[in-house]
Structure formats: C-alpha cells, structure tokens
Ligand binder design. Structure first.
Ligand SMILES: CC(C)(COP(=O)(O)OP(=O)(O)OC[C@H]1O[C@@H](n2cnc3c(N)ncnc32)[C@H](O)[C@@H]1OP(=O)(O)O)[C@@H](O)C(=O)NCCC(=O)NCCS
Length: 422
C-alpha cells in the first residue's frame, strides 16, 4: 500500500495497516522538507504507484489530491472497528480504532470514520466526509459530500448535514444544516458561511494557460517541468504550445505541443496567457522579454517541486524565473526576475541575484555572493563567498571565481582568470 500525505493522519493509517499485516512501501507528500514518516521513506513525485490511500485529514485537500490521481485506491479498516455486515464502505475510506458502523450504513469514497465514532443504522456518509473521534450519528443521518463532523458532536436522527459544512466539536445538531456553513453549539447554530467550496471550485475551474517561448532543448525541459508542477501542486497549468521565431508554426515539439507562431502572434493574443521564456542565453532572454509588449502576457515563476529553501520567510523571488530540479537556497536569499537555474544549483546564505542570469547545472554560489544582471555561469562553476559579480560576465565551466570580475568579460579556470579570445 502507498499513502499520499505524510503527517499525523498518515501515522494513524500506518498503524492500522501494520496491525492488518499490510506493508506501507512509501508515502508521498508535496512538502519536500518531509523525508520520512515512522521510518517509511517519503517521496515527492508520484509515478502511478498503487494501491494508494490519500492520508490527509483536511477534506478539501484530500479531494484535490484524489482529483489529480488516476489510480486504484485502497482502504484501511482497523480490526477493532465493529462493522455491520450490511454496511458498505467505498474505496479510499479509512475506519479507525473502535468505530462502530451499524446496519445498512453506506460510507462513500475517501471518507474518514475516526477513532470511536458511531454511525448508526441507515446513515449515508457521502464522499470525502470526515466523522471525527467519538462523534455520534444517530439513525438515518445524512452527511453530504465533504462535510466534517467535529469530535464528540451528536447528530440527532434523520438530520441532514450539507455539503462541505463543518460541525464544531461537541455540538448537538437537531435541525438540518445547509451546504457550506460552519455551525456549532448546543443546540447547533450556523455561525458563518464557509468560503471553502467557492475557493475549491475556483481553484479547479481555473486551470491557467501557459505558453513556452523557445522550442529548443530548454523549451522541452520547461514544458516537462510544468507537467510535473501540475502533478505535485494545486497550481494547474495547461501548456497551450510554443512560440519561436526560428521555427515554422505547426512544428511539433515532442509530445508537449506545437509551435503556434513567433513574437508577432504572441503579441496578438487577446486573453491572459502565462509565458515562460525558455531561452538559455542571458542577453537573448532579456531581448525577448523586451519584445513582449502584449499586456495580456504575464510571467509566473516555474519552480520544480524539488526546490528546497531552508527558510522561506527570508526568501524572496521576483517573476519569470525558472528553477529546475534539485536546486536549494539557505537563508536570506533574494532572487530578481527572469533567471534560469538549470538544476542542482546551490545558493548559500545572503546570496542576492539580479535579473536575466543563467546558471548552468551545478553552479554553486557561496554565502553572501552577489550576482548582477545578464551573467552566464557555466556548468559546475563555483563562486567563493562575498564575491560581487556585476553584469554580463561569462564564467567558464568548472571554474572557481575567487576575485571580483570586470563587467562584460569571460573568466575561466581555477582560480578563474580573465580570458581573451584573441
Ligand atoms: C467549529 C470550529 C471549526 C470553529 O473554528 P473557528 O471558526 O476557528 O472558531 P474560533 O476558534 O475562532 O472560535 C470562535 C468562537 O466560537 C467558539 N467556538 C469555537 N468552536 C466551538 C465549538 N465547537 N463549540 C462551541 N463554541 C465554539 C469559540 O469559543 C469562540 O468564541 P468567542 O468568540 O466567544 O471567543 C472549531 O472550533 C471546531 O470545533 N473544530 C472541530 C475540531 C475537531 O473536532 N477536530 C477533530 C480532529 S480529528
């Protein structure tokens, strides 16, 4: 079995599966800072491993994750739960220790029937609902999709709880509760309209369109990276295609899409469109950005899910940056606009980066390094601590920069020295 979600709720499910003698091979979690849970490895990219249970207590988040996974879902039912033979429980659901599920109950998909909860005869629990510890649902209660019944709450016979509503802990619900509200107390009263349904729907109906400018190798890498961002986060992009002035419209770019035109066509788009500038030359990137004059175009940061930031509170980033796999930044790192981090780039404390720089794979910037604009740092190059790079320098592959370079020149070697092409 695999679990998606590696926090407290997952721990309880792991216990249940271990009691049943089932092995949990791995967990998945979008949070790249979690590496293991109860000695089980946590991965950050799901590649179709199944059967799987989404082990996230929040009903909306659980649904969001389920919606993006196309797989066989498992179940976890603790042997101490008492379940009527006439009850039905659907895939993805979990039943915790000591829960009681009575005759003719139907439990939908991806529900949580938590520790010691009682679900009495003929109750219907729709998909994604959560019945918290020791809640008591009397006979014929109907809990609609995504509703959350708080710990120790009591719902009297025949009452219906609306979709995605929240019933506070210890409440006594004696009347039907409409969709999308927070209600609590004894007797239970509606306290506020909960915005979560709208938020949820907005997130899911608003898949944003993105195009990639540049249909070469970096363009394909960026398109592939976008598809992976879709898998790993709630942010959802539709790659509408490529723009490239050096290729004919209609040129097929791997399985990612086709070239839709060049700069003129891009500047004629009449609806909001995100664009990633996937051109590896620092000065050309700046040139291209300058030529995009269409106000409908905006430039999101595209950040690989594997990017690790030690302290996100002190981290800042502008727009239009592309951060590929396995990059990391420690604390007080500031990144400007339109930089490309080609993978495995390391940024130490207090690193400040301007705009339009290109960092080839495995560039290491030591603490307090400053990088201006339009520089190109080659594969495996290193910049020692406190070095200030201005603008338009090229640092050769494998070089180690130990002294401040002059703007516009190329530096090569260990230690890196000014290089003349004559
Ligand atoms: C109902 C609930 C969602 C409200 O959360 P909230 O909107 O953040 O509410 P707040 O904590 O801001 O409290 C607002 C007011 O409501 C009261 N209140 C909150 N929950 C209450 C409850 N369950 N019963 C009675 N009063 C409650 C608070 O005392 C506070 O009153 P005040 O304004 O006079 O100080 C939450 O309190 C709750 O009961 N959650 C269920 C927790 C649970 O069962 N977890 C199980 C996990 S497995």
């Amino acid at each position: 079995m695999y679990l998606y979600g590696a926090r407290g709720h997952a721990k309880v499910i792991i216990d249940i599966l271990r009691t049943l003698g089932d092995k949990v091979d791995a967990l998945f979690d979008d949070d790249v800072s979690i590496d293991e849970l109860l000695s089980i490895p946590v991965r950050h990219e799901w590649n179709g491993e199944m059967p799987l249970i989404v082990s996230i207590g929040n009903n909306i988040t659980r649904k969001q994750i389920v919606d993006r996974l196309d797989c066989d879902f498992g179940m976890a039912i603790h042997p101490s739960a008492i379940i009527s033979p006439s009850a039905t429980i659907s895939k993805g659901s979990v039943v915790m220790q000591g829960a009681i599920i009575q005759s003719s109950v139907h439990i939908g998909e991806h529900c949580i029937i938590n520790t010691g909860a009682t679900v009495d005869h003929e109750c219907v629990i729709e998909d994604f609902a959560h019945i918290s510890p020791h809640a008591t649902l009397c006979g014929n209660v109907h809990v609609s999709e995504g509703a959350w019944i708080g710990a120790d709450a009591v719902v009297t016979p025949g009452v219906k709880i609306g979709k995605w509503s929240i019933i506070g802990a210890g409440s006594v619900v004696v009347r039907d509760i409409p969709d999308g509200v927070v209600a609590y107390g004894n007797p239970c009263r509606i306290m506020r309209i909960e915005k979560t349904i709208e938020d949820y729907q907005e997130r899911h109906t608003k898949i944003k369109k993105i195009a990639v400018y540049g249909a070469g190798g970096l363009g394909r890498e960026v398109a592939g990276g976008i598809l992976r961002i879709n898998k790993a986060s709630t942010e959802q992009w539709e790659v509408v295609g490529f723009y490239d002035d050096n290729l004919q419209a209609g040129t097929v770019v791997s399985h990612y899409g086709v070239v839709k035109g060049g700069m003129n066509e891009l500047n004629a788009i009449d609806e909001p469109l995100a664009v990633a500038i996937a051109v590896g030359n620092a000065k050309t990137r700046k040139l291209i950005r300058g030529r995009i004059t269409n106000p409908n175009i905006y430039f999101p940061n595209l950040i690989a899910p594997s990017f690790k930031v030690l302290d996100s509170e002190t981290f800042s980033i502008g727009q239009g940056n592309i951060i590929q796999d396995s990059c990391s930044a420690t604390c007080d790192v500031k990144i400007g606009d339109f930089n490309v981090f080609n993978g495995a780039n390391v940024m130490g404390h207090d690193v400040i980066i301007g705009d339009y720089n290109v960092f080839m794979p495995s560039v290491h910037l030591s603490g307090a390094v400053e990088v201006g604009n339009c520089n190109m740092l080659g594969v495996d190059s290193v910049v020692l601590q406190k070095i200030k790079i201005g603008d338009n320098i090229t640092l050769g592959a494998g070089s180690v920069l130990m002294t401040k370079p002059k703007d516009g020149f190329t530096y090569i070697g260990v230690p890196a020295k000014k290089f003349s092409f004559e």
